[in-house]
Design a protein around this ligand. Structure first.
Ligand code: BTN
Length: 278
């Protein structure tokens, strides 16, 4: 396995496995990346990480796979997960937060992921509430958090992250081709997945530390700075309702604040946000 992924020639998209040996031990993190569980193929890294957490895995363990046969997205959607080109990883977290504050983990992770993306390409990333990372309005990465809580505390959070890295547009299924992008499409070259993963774990570790030490007030302005839709007219599709209005920001528990067309300020906890007009 290569010790210097930066010097590798432009990688063929297939059959170029992740070299975790260049990451393990060189992370310098406080909590995350304590152990890597690597799979060539798995159903979903989130499902495996959940099983690990239920069996008592400590905070910081990372599940990573080259290919997911049942990659899962938000709202019951599928996450397109071709082999050897992208990043599919899930972390076990055990945050000292009240269950009502679990959404803060997703927002914190979106900030960390946007920071990581910004370190690799000149084009600035944006966050679409709650946790899509966009470049030029197209989706580059997504986050799926799944929690287990009792009445008083969070037992664990599985933080799942999928990033389109070396995923050329012509290989994207037609269902996502017009809405998705990849680092390769933006940067016009292939990227070392090891370098991206290392930086991502470090950024998550840093932002997670800020959230735990200083609270969400220290994360929210960073999230707002990446927020793509502030002041924009949007339609929000929820399970049982569709509303339109102007997105104004987020509140302390991560809910989207929307000034609805009737002037009422609404808090949206889950749904799909679609920008309206320019
Ligand atoms: C979304 O934007 O809908 C969230 C996508 C999350 C995808 C990642 S890939 C790694 C982890 N395992 C999964 O099954 N899903 C998440």
């Amino acid at each position: 396995m290569s010790k210097n992924p930066d010097r590798k020639p432009a990688a063929p998209v297939e059959n170029n496995p992740l070299s975790l040996d260049v990451i393990d031990g060189a992370l310098g993190t406080k909590r995350l990346g304590t152990k890597f569980h690597y799979f060539q193929e798995i159903d979903s890294t989130n499902s495996y990480a959940r099983r690990l957490a239920e069996a008592g895995a400590p905070e910081g363990e990372v599940v990573i796979a080259e290919y997911q046969s049942d990659g899962r997205g938000r709202l019951g959607r599928n996450w397109v997960s071709p082999p050897f080109s992208n990043l599919y990883c899930s972390l076990v977290l055990r945050p000292a937060l009240a269950p009502a504050h679990a959404p803060q983990i997703t927002l914190m992770a979106a900030v960390a992921l946007a920071d990581t993306v910004a370190a690799f390409v000149a084009e600035p990333p944006a966050i679409k509430w709650p946790n899509d990372i966009l470049i030029r309005g197209k989706k580059l990465a997504g986050i799926l958090t799944e929690s287990s809580c009792d009445a008083k505390r969070i037992e664990f959070v599985i933080l799942g992250i999928g990033v389109n890295l070396n995923f050329p547009r012509e290989r994207m299924p037609e269902t996502i081709r017009d809405r998705a992008t990849s680092l390769m499409e933006v940067g016009r070259k292939s990227f070392s997945r090891e370098n991206f993963l290392r930086r991502l774990i470090q950024d998550l570790d840093r932002c997670y530390g800020i959230l735990e030490d200083l609270g969400f007030d220290a994360i929210a302005p960073r999230w707002e700075a990446y927020f793509a839709l502030r002041g924009r007219r949007v339609r929000v599709e929820m399970v049982d309702e569709v509303i339109s209005g102007t997105a104004t920001g987020i509140d302390g528990d991560g809910a989207l604040l929307l000034e609805a067309e009737d002037g009422v300020l609404r808090r949206v906890l889950a749904g799909d946000v679609i920008p309206l007009g320019a």
